[in-house]
Ligand binder design. Structure first.
Ligand SMILES: NC(=O)c1ccc[n+]([C@@H]2O[C@H](COP(=O)([O-])OP(=O)(O)OC[C@H]3O[C@@H](n4cnc5c(N)ncnc54)[C@H](O)[C@@H]3O)[C@@H](O)[C@H]2O)c1
Length: 254
């Protein structure tokens, strides 16, 4: 029997793969045979994800840097190309809310708006820009970006984040049209509230409220998002492009 897995021989890049959803995606792609480059600004968790990826008997390249810096993005992808080869699968997973600077829009600081758009939208554009030439040339490739159900639901206090994540969906649709003729698929996944460190930081009553707002009655696990990404990155999704897959236990319909 062959040991071939569906992503054997393919190179995947996962941005923000050091923690949470990005780590789960890195491990799920590795379990299906992909070699994974993990781009993240936190050195220790990135090294740890890389170690866990290697336990799947594939290679891992941890690349540490802040992907809101364009020079760092260019250098990181040059390193991946030199050390791993051409990228087959890009998962744009970096993103965050304003966290401690969270506020309703009438109170928002301009710097916070710039920060959230920078980290939650521009990283997706700049990282994708690094791989599209190669994917067009090879006439194959998969780009999957992590948006949020906030893009549809417009949760209070997240005008900046919802704007960025809705931008990720516009990016997905427009790029899908441009790259369709080159057989490159571009899709998005929208998680609802998901059990990562951000979720664990919120007060217990807010956690319970989030849980109660979900018809399936549980908070999503990072692996649920990873399963959706694996599908969209696979050959089984060959005729799906420009789409948004909601993985939120039914919290928001689209
Ligand atoms: N957890 C949720 O409830 C939830 C819900 C909807 C959408 N999302 C989205 O899912 C994605 C992952 O979220 P998570 O909960 O796993 O977050 P997380 O904070 O646990 O992980 C994000 C990772 O991205 C890295 N990162 C952040 N900014 C970076 C930068 N500028 N350069 C390099 N690396 C950077 C962090 O170091 C971290 O390892 C994000 O885009 C987030 O907006 C999360």
């Amino acid at each position: 029997m062959s040991n071939e897995k569906q992503f054997s021989g393919r190179i995947a890049v996962v941005t923000g793969g050091g923690n949470g959803i990005g780590r789960a995606i890195s491990l799920a792609l590795a379990a299906e045979g992909a070699s994974v480059a993990i781009l993240d600004r936190e050195a220790e968790p990135t090294a740890e994800t890389a170690e866990q990826v290697r336990q799947c008997s594939v290679s891992a390249l941890p690349v540490v840097g802040d992907m809101t810096d364009r020079q760092t993005v260019t250098e990181s992808f040059a390193r991946i190309k030199a050390e791993c080869g051409p990228v087959d699968i890009l998962v744009n997973n970096i993103g965050q809310t304003a966290r401690e600077n969270y506020s309703e829009f009438y109170l928002a600081e301009p710097e916070t708006l710039d920060f959230v758009i920078g980290v939650s939208l521009m990283t997706t554009l700049h990282c994708s820009r690094q791989v599209v030439d190669g994917m067009r040339e090879r006439r194959s490739g998969k780009i999957v970006s992590i948006s949020s159900d906030s893009a549809m639901n417009g949760d209070i206090g997240t005008v900046d984040y919802a704007s960025a994540k809705a931008g990720v969906l516009g990016f997905t649709r427009a790029l899908a049209r441009e790259l369709g003729p080159f057989k490159v698929n571009v899709n998005a996944v929208c998680p609802g509230p998901t059990n990562t460190r951000a979720m664990q930081r919120i007060p217990r009553d807010a956690y319970e409220r989030a849980k109660n707002s979900i018809p399936l009655g549980e908070i999503c696990e990072p692996e649920d998002i990873a399963n959706a990404v694996v599908f969209l990155a696979s050959d089984k999704a060959r005729f799906i492009t420009g789409q948004t897959l909601m993985v939120n236990g039914g919290r928001v319909f689209y």
